[in-house]
Unconditional design. Structure first.
Lengths: 236, 286
């Protein structure tokens, strides 16, 4: 999670308007669901990967790392559909493409959503959802709080290991959790004092610097989506 | 003599469990001054700042701003905090927003400023504190020193009359501390009254206009740094030592290198110059 967050904050597309990134990612997602898996989903997967790697300059290792877990999950699901256990033991089903098609669709849809996740910090997405202020504030506070808590957790783990503890024992994990809770509460209390000092009234209103979408870039995205759809139709 | 802007009279406070933190504490902060509250770690300095900011209510005594005691109603505390800002020791206790710009805008918006005015104030503050380049960065990816400056910016953007700072240089390296002090110098020059807690006697001696020695839940002595910090017995009671530069100055005065009316050294450069003076005098004698 911290790796995704770092990439989203440091990426080349960080400052691009959300509308542009959302149009590209959700447009590719829609194409992944609408177009035939071959060649549509494959083209969508290639376009999403290319946009992330070449456009947003997401490091290839980071992209693969983020893609690997859902891809493995999808592959495992597909494998279960492709093989069957019968009287002759393990065998391939008569129509293995039945499993491959949804797997391709799922991989393409994952790559499309990953493009959004790797180029847009989570708070920007939360704000765009236009949740009720209380929920949005809670989500943002949790997001911010989580990183502090992770730092604390790492420090406590390091302290345990420095004294030859930790290393996966249930007792160490229990001690860690027990120590983390009061620290989290204490930290939340201090955050409350810090916010109160700046006249906190119950809502976390701030000024965001959201740039306006560029008509030229929006047109380029629309052309790319049309090219993917056209390419899929031509190849088919 | 400058008028007193913020004052504590007979403050008493005990932590839950009955441990006394403040017991009859008196303190006077003059308008425009830089006051250091000196005391050992765990002495209750942060608790005092939380009283001066209206966060904690004393069990006895009162806190006064321009002679008016804090009433502790919701609106009174709000009005109080508009004029008395607070920067906590740990910057993560203050930073919550997704980017530095958003975080610094929080206070100005709560003051009721229009978005355009708040935006202008945030931009001005970030430029003044030399952190405009961090505006779009998320606070959790900043270094500790950067976080400290952003936390300070969040309070400075509200343009308080008095700024309370809890251990402002704690955790900073020499460069970071110098940078932060330069920012505070500019704030002081602009007329902001600064009150900061520290256990760093050298910082208090070299930088503050006045120091208050915190000892046993009360201010043992308050006055010019060269007076208060020259009292070895008071310092020992507060578990502190004499600043090195001051000790050198007093030794030079005792040895006749420094005249009785000459001013004592306040910085490392002053101390070095004095040392060289002493060495050349010794050479002449030899």
């Amino acid at each position: 999670m911290t790796a995704l967050d770092r990439i989203a904050h440091a990426g080349r597309w960080r400052r691009l308007p959300l509308a542009e990134k959302a149009l590209l990612a959700l447009g590719l997602l829609a194409l992944a669901l609408i177009l035939p898996p071959w060649p549509g989903a494959v083209l969508v997967l290639a376009a999403a990967a290319l946009a992330a790697l070449a456009g947003a300059r997401v490091p290839p290792g980071a992209w693969l790392g983020a893609f690997a877990a859902p891809a493995a999950f999808i592959a495992t699901g597909a494998l279960a559909l492709v093989v069957t256990w019968g009287e002759d033991g393990l065998a391939l089903v008569a129509e293995p493409l039945v499993a491959v098609r949804p797997a391709l669709r799922a991989l393409a849809a994952t790559a499309a959503l990953l493009l959004l996740a790797l180029t847009t910090p989570a708070p920007v997405l939360v704000k765009a959802l236009r949740l009720p202020p209380e929920l949005a504030d809670l989500a943002l506070a949790l997001y911010r709080f989580l990183f502090g808590l992770l730092d604390t957790l790492r420090a406590m783990q390091a302290a345990q290991q420095a004294r030859l503890g930790g290393a996966g024992s249930i007792r160490s994990a229990g001690l860690l959790a027990a120590a983390l809770l009061p620290r989290a509460l204490e930290r939340a209390r201090r955050l409350e004092i810090g916010l109160a000092a700046r006249l906190h009234t119950g809502t976390l209103d701030t000024l965001a610097a959201e740039p306006a979408p560029s008509p030229r870039r929006l047109a380029a995205i629309a052309i790319l989506l049309a090219a993917v759809a056209g390419g899929a139709a031509w190849l088919q | 003599m400058a008028a007193v802007i913020l004052e504590a009279r007979g403050l008493a406070y005990a932590y839950p469990g009955g441990v006394a933190a403040l017991s009859g504490l008196d303190l006077a902060v003059k308008r425009g001054q830089r006051l250091a509250i000196l005391g050992p770690t765990g002495a209750g300095k942060t608790t005092l700042l939380l009283h001066l900011n209206g966060t904690l209510k004393p069990s006895a005594g009162s806190v006064l701003l321009d002679g008016d005691a804090c009433a502790y109603s919701r609106s009174a505390v709000r009005a109080w905090r508009r004029r008395v800002g607070l920067v906590l020791q740990e910057p993560d206790d203050q930073l919550f927003a997704a980017t530095v710009f958003e975080d610094v805008s929080f206070g100005p918006l709560n003051l009721g400023l229009a978005p355009a005015e708040a935006r202008a104030r945030v931009e001005r503050t970030l430029a003044d504190l030399h952190i405009a380049a961090l505006a779009e960065r998320p606070p959790h990816l900043l270094s500790f020193g950067q976080k400290k400056r952003v936390a300070l910016a969040g309070a400075v953007a509200m343009e308080p009359d008095v700024l309370l700072l809890d251990e402002p240089t704690a955790g900073l390296d020499h460069h970071g501390a110098r940078h932060l002090l330069a920012v505070l110098d500019r704030l002081a020059a602009a007329g902001t009254t600064l009150v900061f807690t520290t256990h760093d006697v050298d910082l208090a001696y070299g930088w503050a206009d006045e120091v208050a020695l915190f000892d046993g839940g009360r201010v043992g002595s308050q006055g010019k740094p060269e007076t208060v910090l020259a009292d070895a017995r008071s310092l020992a009671r507060a578990h502190l030592r004499m600043p090195l530069v001051l000790a050198l100055g007093l030794a030079a005065r005792a040895a006749g290198v420094l005249g009785a009316d000459d001013s004592l050294p306040h910085s490392h450069d002053d101390a070095l110059a004095l040392f060289e003076r002493g060495v050349s005098k010794l050479n002449r004698v030899v």
